[in-house]
Ligand binder design. Structure first.
Ligand code: SF4
Ligand code: SF4
Length: 90
């Protein structure tokens, strides 16, 4: 799952242009139908080789909004990754 945007997202758009691999879509393109931003797990590389910590979480103004999900098989895993459900930035 890479990182997950949770329902405290306020659709502020701060994260979307920070993603180096365009893994984030806005609420209109969220495949779950939820009115929040969404990360495609099969695209997210947890910012490995791009940034020391996930750029989306660093840009997000909503405390604890972006959390770690299951690592996606075959995709890079961040050395800073914590257990599932833990905020990427406290
Ligand atoms: S962790 Fe990095 S690659 Fe993954 S969605 Fe956030 S900005 Fe994009
Ligand atoms: S920066 Fe945070 S609150 Fe803003 S759209 Fe992205 S996940 Fe949602």
């Amino acid at each position: 799952m890479a990182v997950i945007i949770t329902d405290t997202c306020i659709n502020c758009a701060a994260c979307i242009d920070e993603c180096p691999v365009e893994a984030i879509v806005d609420e209109d393109e969220n495949p779950t139908g939820e009115e929040i931003y969404y990360v495609y797990a099969d695209k997210c590389v947890e910012c490995v080789t791009y940034h020391d910590v996930p750029a989306c979480a660093e840009a997000c103004p909503t405390e604890g909004c972006i959390v770690w999900g299951d690592p996606t098989e075959g995709m890079p895993h961040s050395e800073t990754r914590q257990s599932n459900g833990t905020p990427v930035i406290d």
